[in-house]
Design a protein around this ligand. Structure first.
Ligand code: PLP
Length: 283
């Protein structure tokens, strides 16, 4: 694979970052994952807008312009002949002598990008649904910033696998915040789509924006409010959304089936509409 590291396109085993990089020492870094369908980027502008927001919240300099970032994404896709998968982008505050204090503003940010090939459209899990377990949300209180502090979500997903499930739904004050790397939704008894409103408690998913818009356009009633684990267990349907899973049904929570234990009607419809639109609008 060809990767991009600070201005250079090179083979993946030649890409180097300093051991003093603050991304490595302090998780002082933000990232984005843009999915690729038919060699094109899905919702690139949305991901760049969130990147700018993450950088702004941490007073971190933008590494380069969005146009340049688009050119880098496209060159990696071309060089790696990527048809389906994702482009990962990470910006760190850059290398500096180890100190908790942010280094001077002229520290050069590090910019790293690489591609990952993966089947996104035809995932067996999209037909069968995934199983989740609930775990306490032990992350920090600014989950709206897409930082690379992914240790707890990583622990949670590993614990979920250990318990025979596919992912974790994290819970705070009795309500589901989100999945380890995705936003969480249920369809309640009245057929309403319920998902937690944006706040510091969750990541503002780029896929979430599209899902809510497409649901509204399809005449599905939406209520943005926190929901409890008990409500989720009693729901008609449950699903997650993210750039790499699109819309993915959840059919079991803590070992209990949701409704008949099969992917729900609204979930399947939203997945189909989402993919259709992603293919149409990818650049
Ligand atoms: N929530 C968390 C914690 C995430 O890590 C992610 C994506 O990685 C999402 C939600 C979904 O965001 P997006 O739809 O932009 O991929």
């Amino acid at each position: 694979r060809t990767v991009y590291v600070n201005g250079v396109f090179c083979p993946e085993d030649e890409g180097k970052v300093s051991i003093f990089d603050r991304g490595f020492l302090f998780a002082d870094a933000v990232y984005e994952v843009v999915s690729v369908l038919d060699g094109k980027l899905v919702d690139f502008a949305g991901h760049m807008a969130r990147l700018a927001r993450s950088l702004g919240e941490l007073a971190m300099a933008a590494p380069t312009s969005d146009d340049e970032l688009l050119a880098i994404h496209r060159r990696l896709i071309a060089e790696n002949a990527l048809e389906e998968g994702a482009v990962y982008l990470q910006v760190t505050r850059g290398p500096a002598d180890r100190d908790f204090l942010f280094p001077p503003q002229d520290t050069k940010p590090s910019l790293v990008l690489f591609t990952q090939a993966a089947a996104l459209r035809d995932k067996p899990a999209a037909r069968t649904g995934i199983r989740v377990v609930t775990l306490p949300d032990l992350r920090w209180q600014r989950r709206d910033i897409k930082t690379v502090q992914l240790l707890y979500p990583s622990m949670a997903k590993t614990e979920a696998k250990r318990r025979g499930a596919d992912d974790a739904w994290m819970v705070e004050d009795g309500c589901v915040t989100e999945g380890s790397s995705n936003n969480a939704y249920i369809v309640d008894a009245g057929g309403k789509l319920v998902t937690r409103p944006l706040s510091h408690a969750i990541l503002p998913g780029i896929t979430r924006i599209a899902v809510l818009r497409l649901a509204a356009e399809s005449g599905i009633a939406i209520k943005e409010r926190p929901f409890t684990v008990d409500e989720a267990l009693a729901a008609k349907e449950a699903f997650i959304s993210s750039a790499s899973s699109f819309v993915m049904p959840v059919v079991e929570i803590d070992g209990q089936p949701i409704a008949d234990g099969r992917p729900g009607e609204i979930t399947r419809r939203l997945r189909a509409i989402y993919i259709e639109e992603a293919l149409k609008t990818a650049i």
